[in-house]
Design a protein around this ligand. Structure first.
Ligand SMILES: Nc1ncnc2c1ncn2[C@@H]1O[C@H](COP(=O)(O)OP(=O)(O)O)[C@@H](O)[C@H]1O
Ligand SMILES: [Mg+2]
Length: 298
């Protein structure tokens, strides 16, 4: 059974997309897993890290992005075809990784996102604005993969809830500072509340926190060290405690100046080692996080 994991934080710039792509590449190349990345963010960063701009333009012109998926529901049209829209063999590594697939986003989503909450396909909750993706991403498609990673926009709006609705787990990437960790209890609360509603129509629904991944970590920064220690302490509190947060992944990804070069799709690379091995520490961190990820997703 394919496992679905949403990557969420209320703040941008905390490494959601970088973590999504790195996990996808390590899971496919090092662990021989089959992975689908779904880019739900209108910023389309995961999309442009995994396919080049020409490929994106083609997908967008052919109505093969999640923009069209939502637009169809708004306009009562039927152009979007999920099978045709999933792009196989994506990534800058080796000209594309056969077992890494992408359902791309589009910046055009910005034009429709404010209207998505008005989608009211019929009147049961099962057909609400938060189940649009689920109507297309059938269990059959999910089960073609080991993992489906959903890169969410930096909010808990209705687009993100489409990811939550389908997810077995959510993972929270953070920078160890006040702004990017402040919203963690809000994320927990909101997801818990939404889950109660979803469970009332789908009894097997059971989303769980997978943990917190610390990215862009600066050992020299007192703020980073203190925030990390605070997160670790809070992760040990009882779940009912308002201050409690999900478990913190053991290894952190350090801040490095080289990572943004490695995210350029037009820089063709042959191996995982070449892409991430500019720093053995970064490579080891992603490898460790991937191992911990596999252990936690059961
Ligand atoms: N470990 C890191 N060190 C330095 N820069 C990083 C690191 N991880 C990510 N970045 C950079 O930080 C920026 C934000 O990361 P991104 O993954 O796009 O965040 P989000 O998806 O949460 O907005 C990007 O420019 C990315 O290249
Ligand atoms: Mg992003």
């Amino acid at each position: 059974m394919g496992k679905v994991i949403s990557l969420i934080n209320l703040k941008g710039g905390v490494g959601k997309t970088t973590t999504t792509v790195a996990l996808a590449e390590f899971l496919t190349l090092e662990k021989r897993k089959k992975v689908l990345v779904i880019d739900l963010d209108p910023q389309t960063n995961a999309t442009v890290m995994l396919i080049n701009q020409d490929a994106w333009k083609r997908a967008n012109d052919n109505k093969r992005t999640i923009h069209q998926m939502f637009l169809d529901k708004l306009n009562d049209t039927d152009y979007f075809d999920i099978y045709k829209s999933i792009i196989k063999g994506v990534s800058s590594i080796g000209g594309g990784i056969p077992d890494l697939h992408l359902l791309p986003s589009s910046i055009d989503l910005l034009d429709v996102q404010d209207r998505i909450p008005m989608i009211n396909q019929m009147n049961s909750f099962a057909q609400s604005p938060i189940t649009v993706l689920a109507n297309y991403l059938t269990q059959q498609i999910i089960d073609e993969y080991d993992y489906i990673l959903i890169d969410c926009p930096p909010n808990l709006g209705v687009i993100t809830l489409n990811g939550i609705y389908l997810s077995d787990y959510y993972l929270i990437p953070v920078v160890a500072d006040i702004l990017s960790t402040y919203g963690i209890p809000q994320i927990k609360d909101r997801i818990n509340k939404v889950s109660v509603n979803i469970k009332s129509i789908n009894r097997s629904y059971n989303i769980k926190p997978l943990g917190i991944v610390i990215t862009k970590y600066r050992m020299q920064s007192r703020m980073h060290r203190e925030t990390r220690d605070d997160l670790i302490l809070r992760s040990k509190l009882a779940e009912t405690d308002k201050r409690s947060v999900p478990q913190v992944f053991k290894v952190y990804v350090k801040e490095t100046t080289r990572i943004s070069e490695a995210t350029d799709i037009d820089v063709q690379i042959n191996t995982l080692k070449q892409k991430y091995g500019y720093s053995q520490e970064v490579y080891d961190a992603y490898e460790n996080i991937t191992n911990e990820f596999i252990r936690r997703v059961k």
